[in-house]
Ligand binder design. Structure first.
Ligand code: SAM
Ligand code: FES
Length: 346
């Protein structure tokens, strides 16, 4: 396996069959080796700097019904909320004072937020915080909308592809959603000029090793600036409530593989990773991740943006979260930096 890992590190890619072999046959020693190489690769590009993104979960209304997601349309137990433009700006203000230089607007696909409204919010944020990057994570919209948002000042866009296998995609989503559209959106976003992020859940129901290998091949082909992966975690009010959670160890191995494939990109150690393992985010950084995305949403709505059960950090004020993360990251010998944190050149 060492040979294969070294081949991945030097060629920055493998054939699909070799990704399968790698994922199937890694023993504990190989895993440590893989993660160590990935960690060194991240240090080569980013030193021991960790970038933070202030996540503003501005709406949990969603017209979609993804089977895994706690805020899916059919979950009548979800208490719905929307933040006003003023509330969103107040989150940014607090975040700015805490040293955040990237804000991420994330939400369900909420028709209330028309293209006009989103554009207006982007203008307002960028007018006030021109030194900050703005990331959108608001799902599938038209090419025209993506272009308008970009022209209004949005810099980055996160849209996880969820799985690069069509049949698997169909098992995770109702029939009105398709992998083709998802991929089209990603290519459009890239063409417009966004820094683009794709990604997937590790251990989502019905996922096979071959599916994961396809994810890796697709990621290499898209060549995004960011890749967000985290373990699937079941939510009690969804059709997938009885499915097992994803594995932390597999998630860490995939972070490491992706770091070796795309050494200069931005990879978050996700909240889902921190939810399944108290030290999950630290382990993510030590396996090649270099981004954290703490929550800036008002505490009053945090528990309502419950994508999966037992999500962490839903009770803490932004300042507390920031302080806690600082300490955690310092403890592993890394440091959080106050920068926009753009993707470095290869
Ligand atoms: N609506 C936007 C979109 O579709 O991209 C952004 C919000 S969506 C809730 C953000 C991400 O949460 C999804 O891409 C999915 O990968 C992740 N997610 C949803 N349910 C999850 C679960 N049960 N476990 C882990 N991650 C989940
Ligand atoms: Fe829409 Fe999850 S189903 S955000």
């Amino acid at each position: 396996m060492r040979e294969l890992i070294e081949q991945l590190a030097s060629k920055r890619q493998l054939e699909k069959k070799d990704y399968i072999r790698l994922l199937e046959q890694l023993n504990e020693e190989d895993e440590q080796y893989l993660r160590e190489l990935a960690k060194q690769k991240a240090i080569e590009y980013y030193g021991k700097d960790v970038y933070v993104r202030g996540l503003i979960e501005y709406t949990n209304f969603c017209k979609n019904d993804c089977y895994y997601c706690g805020i899916r349309k059919s979950n009548s137990n979800a208490m719905r909320y929307r933040l006003t433009k003023e509330e969103i700006l107040a989150c940014c203000k607090e975040g700015y004072e805490l040293g955040f230089r990237t804000f991420v607007l994330q939400g369900g696909e909420d028709g209330f937020f028309t293209d006009d409204k989103i554009e207006d919010i982007i203008w307002a944020i960028k007018k006030e915080y021109s030194d900050c990057a703005l990331t959108l994570s608001i799902g599938e919209r038209s090419y025209e909308a993506y272009k308008r948002f970009y022209d209004a000042g949005a810099d980055r866009y996160l849209l996880r592809h969820e799985t690069a296998d069509e049949l698997h995609y169909e098992k995770l989503h109702p029939s009105n959603l398709s992998l083709r559209t998802r991929k089209e959106c990603l290519y459009q976003l890239k063409e417009i000029g966004y820094q683009v992020g794709c990604g997937f859940m590790v251990g989502s129901p019905f996922q096979t090793i071959e599916n994961l290998a396809k994810d890796l091949v697709f990621i290499k082909e898209l060549s995004p600036h960011m890749v967000g992966i985290g373990p699937f975690i079941s939510h009690k009010d969804t059709p997938f409530k009885d499915y097992e959670n994803g594995l932390v160890s597999l998630t860490l191995n995939l972070i490491a593989i992706i770091r070796l494939m795309l050494p200069n990109i931005l990879i978050p150690a996700t909240t889902a990773l921190g939810t399944l393992d108290k030290m999950g985010r630290e382990k993510g950084i030590l396996a090649g991740a270099n981004v954290l995305m703490p929550n800036l949403s008002p505490v009053s709505v945090r528990k309502k943006y419950m994508l999966y059960d037992n999500k962490i950090c839903t009770g803490d004020e932004a300042a507390q979260c920031r302080q806690c993360l600082n300490q955690r990251i310092e403890r592993i010998g890394y440091h959080i930096v106050t920068e926009r944190g753009d993707c470095k050149a290869l």
